[in-house]
Each structure stands twice: as structure tokens, then as C-alpha cells.
Design a binder for this molecule. Structure first.
Ligand SMILES: [Zn+2]
Length: 464
């Protein structure tokens, strides 16, 4: 490979605790790192905090073994001139561990002499009921569900959210020597929310206005989605037994309420539209900056999401794709999704009986239902999944395999071993990945597994 790409997500707290120079030297010598993905804004302790291990696990063999209750926010010093169009201003992370440190500047200073790129990473997963201490005024950006309630997450159509995000991105791209932006968006559309037990979104004034502009009828769509949600809820709690069975009943409900599907498509258009605008913004600032899209792990697991992640389309508005392949929690994710389907639309079938069909439809073969969470997913899953994205990208944009290392799991669920790291890197390489991006966070990785990653990349000739 002529220009290897080796990235890793490193939270600012690791640079602070372990020393930015030391971390960069270690990652350069161990895995030949070329790009540090740095969470620049987050309220998630997984993304930007120290790893506090499960009670069954020891502390990792690097970093500071001190619990940390992350409040989060921006881990850099926002430059006020970029935020004149937004009413969200007070969002610097208040955490004492991050006080007085601008992690973008810290990372850039350490990376520059080593020839390493720094790319801020933003995961759009704010809200979602985790009591995120989001900034003052943030509730004005929230979605509205079909029952008229404010929901957890910000609405992509709401200009208050868009303007704030655009301000953040402009600030990061112009104020620091960033090499681009990595954007992750972990959202289900309204139909997926219904199937998974949530109330569908978004019916805020901004979305309803945008729908009318697009020639749609938001009142009818909301009524249809509310009816679909009430049907699914009645099935879930056992109040309803459709005469023709649950799946036929579900299809009948969609036929009775066709605006629900129209609204699902409308949601997808806005989701992609947000990414298209971000891509254009980054290119406007400097056409050499690279805009990467992180592909949510659930897009590998949920058939509806997979149908919506059409890489032949998404490649139009990104410079690379970074699909997440998570071997040790893959089994848990599949079991959870099939149990959700078997509680609603597919209630005629037991979840374990859905598995064989699911494997055939999704192209997986990860063994029997019993023990699936404990086993996790094997390297063949990674090979097929990366191959699928590579084929979808069609050579127009490179695909960097987002190999998960050491995602913490409860007792009985697979942990990452060095052999796993080697096998999954080899599988992604065989599938045509143009590079690698190790995740979820350097803070949760064991050095033995990072060393296994480095050894494998050397054997494959990816790095010297
Ligand atoms: Zn909305």
C-alpha cells in the first residue's frame, strides 16, 4: 500500500493524563499512526472520558486509574466570532480534568513535528436519555415526536441546531491546523424508532414547514405514524392479537397509513441533506480538508438501516467512509435487534427462529443463537462487512476499517484478545480496506492489543 492510513480515536483526556508527546510517540512506534481522531465536542464518557472499567475488569495498563464523571462539552476554547448566528454559547466542558487545556491545540502541537494529522471527531448522538448536560438553550433544538412531546435528540431541520453545528465546525476547521472532520451520526428514522419501541420523530414546526415545501402533508403523516405506533405498542404489550397474524397485521397497518413510509423517506432525505451541507462547508473552508463519515455499527445489524445506508449515494458527499466493525459486541447487538422484531412486527416468530433468515438476508453466518453474545462475531463478519462497503464505494472514496478494540463488556461476553485483533485486521485487509481506524477509544484499549495491531500491520506490509 503506497500511502497507508492508520487512524485511532484518542480522547483529549488520554493526551492530558499520559502526555501528548508520549502518546503520539507510542502510537507512531506501535501502530504507525498517521491520523489522530480527536473528540472535540462530546458529553459521552465513552468517547471523551477515562475508561472506568466494569467491576469485573481491571483498569487498563495505561492512563490514570481514577474514576471520572464526565459532564463534557467542547474540549477546545471556542472562538466567539464564529458563534454570532447561534444562541448556544456556553458549551465549554466544565470538567476539572479538562480545565485550562485546549485539546485541539495540545494535539496539534504534538502532532505537527511528528507529521501526524489531527482530525476532530464529532458523534451526533446528543440526548437519548443519558441526562447529557447539554448547553443552556439546547432544548430549543429538540425533536418533537408524533404524540407532540419533545424528544431526546436535536432536530436536523431545526436551524438552531444546524447553525450551532456549522459554527462549531467552522471554528474547528479555521482556528486549528485540522486535516478535516470525522462525522458520526447514530440515528434511526421514525419507522425504526417505532419498531424499536420509541415514538416516531420529527414533527416540529421546522420539519412540518419543510414537508409542506416538499409537497407533503405533515398532518396526515403524523396521524399515520401515530396510528402505526399505537398498533405496534398494543402488540408489544399483548393487548392486540391481529386475526391474520402479527406480520400481516403490521403490513396492513402500513397500507392503511402510507404516509408513514413517505415520512420515513422524508427523514432520510433530511439526514443525508445535513451531511451534504457539512461536506460542502468543510470543502468551502479548504478543499484539501477531508470529510469522513463514520458508519454506525447498527447499519450492519438493522436491515432497515442497511437499506438506508446506500454507499453508492453516500460517497457523493464524503472523502472516505469509516465503517465500524465491532467483533465482541456483535452477537449482543443481533440478539437485541431480533428480540425487538420478535416483540412487534414479527411476533409470530420466536427470536431464535428469526436468526437463520437474518443470516441469509444480511450475509452473515455466526453460528447458533445459543452462546451468540458470548462468542461475538468472527473475522468473516468483518471481511464481508468491509467488502460490502468497499463495493458500495466503488473505488470513488477509500474505506477505512473501523476495527473495534476492547469495547468493555459484562461478564460472559467476549473480550478482545490479541488473536482477535490480528484476525479482524487481516479480514478487513483482505476485503480491500484502504486503511484502518482503531476505536472506540485509545483509553479503553490494552497495550497488548495495540501491539498486536502493529505487528499485524507490519506483517501485511501496511506499515514499515
Ligand atoms: Zn424537526
Amino acid at each position: 500500500m503506497s500511502s497507508p492510513f492508520v487512524g485511532i480515536i484518542v480522547p483529549g483526556i488520554s493526551l492530558i493524563d499520559e502526555g501528548a508527546d508520549r502518546v503520539m510517540d507510542y502510537l507512531r512506534s506501535t501502530i504507525g499512526v498517521t491520523t489522530i481522531f480527536l473528540p472535540a465536542y462530546s458529553h459521552s464518557s465513552v468517547i471523551a472520558g477515562r475508561l472506568t472499567p466494569n467491576p469485573s475488569e481491571p483498569w487498563r495498563d495505561h492512563g490514570m486509574p481514577e474514576p471520572m464523571e464526565l459532564k463534557g462539552g467542547a474540549f477546545f476554547d471556542p472562538h466567539t466570532e464564529f458563534y454570532r448566528n447561534t444562541f448556544i454559547h456556553d458549551f465549554r466542558a466544565p470538567d476539572p480534568e479538562y480545565r485550562g487545556v485546549d485539546v485541539m491545540a495540545l494535539a496539534a502541537d504534538a502532532a505537527r513535528p511528528r507529521g501526524i494529522d489531527v482530525v476532530p471527531y464529532f458523534l451526533d448522538a446528543l440526548g437519548h436519555g443519558r441526562r447529557d448536560p447539554t448547553p443552556p438553550g439546547f432544548p430549543h433544538t429538540l425533536e418533537v415526536d408524533a404524540l407532540g412531546r419533545l424528544s431526546d435528540g436535536p432536530c436536523l431541520t431545526n436551524p438552531a441546531y444546524g447553525e450551532w453545528v456549522f459554527s462549531l465546525v467552522e471554528d474547528l476547521m479555521k482556528s486549528y491546523p485540522a486535516a478535516g472532520l470525522l462525522w458520526g451520526m447514530e440515528r434511526h428514522g421514525p419507522l425504526g424508532q417505532v419498531i424499536d419501541g420509541g415514538a416516531p420523530v420529527c414533527f416540529c414546526d421546522h420539519c412540518c414547514r419543510a414537508a409542506r415545501d416538499a409537497g407533503l402533508d405533515p398532518v396526515a403523516a403524523r396521524a399515520d405514524f401515530e396510528a402505526a405506533w399505537r398498533y405496534v405498542e398494543a402488540v408489544r404489550v399483548g393487548e392486540l392479537r391481529p386475526t391474520d397474524g402479527y406480520f400481516i397485521g403490521f403490513l396492513r397497518e402500513l397500507l392503511r397509513h402510507p404516509q408513514a413510509l413517505v415520512w420515513e423517506k422524508f427523514w432520510l432525505t433530511r439526514y443525508h441533506g445535513f451531511l451534504r451541507r457539512l461536506y460542502g462547508l468543510v470543502k468551502h473552508i479548504d478543499h484539501r480538508l477531508r470529510f469522513g463519515i463514520l458508519v454506525w455499527h447498527n447499519a450492519n445489524i438493522w436491515p432497515l438501516l442497511r437499506a438506508q445506508w446506500d454507499y453508492a449515494e453516500i460517497r457523493e458527499f464524503c472523502d472516505y467512509l469509516l465503517p465500524l466493525v465491532t467483533h465482541n459486541t456483535g452477537g449482543v447487538s443481533v440478539v437485541r435487534h431480533l428480540e425487538s422484531l420478535a416483540a412487534t412486527a414479527f411476533k409470530d416468530v420466536r427470536a431464535p427462529d428469526l436468526l437463520a433468515g437474518f443470516y441469509r438476508i444480511m450475509g452473515y453466518d455466526e453460528g447458533p443463537w445459543d452462546g451468540l453474545p458470548a462468542r461475538g462475531f468472527g473475522p468473516e463478519y468483518t471481511r464481508r462487512e468491509i467488502r460490502r462497503v468497499v463495493d458500495g464505494a466503488g473505488g470513488r472514496v477509500p474505506v477505512y476499517a473501523g476495527v473495534g478494540i476492547d469495547l468493555p463488556t459484562p461478564p460472559g461476553i467476549r473480550k478482545t484478545a490479541p488473536e482477535d485483533v490480528e484476525a479482524h485486521i487481516r479480514a478487513a485487509h483482505a476485503a480491500g480496506a484502504s486503511g484502518f481506524a482503531f476505536r472506540r477509544s485509545y483509553a479503553e484499549m490494552w497495550t497488548k492489543n495495540l501491539e498486536a495491531a502493529g505487528r499485524t500491520l507490519r506483517v501485511l506490509g501496511v506499515i514499515e
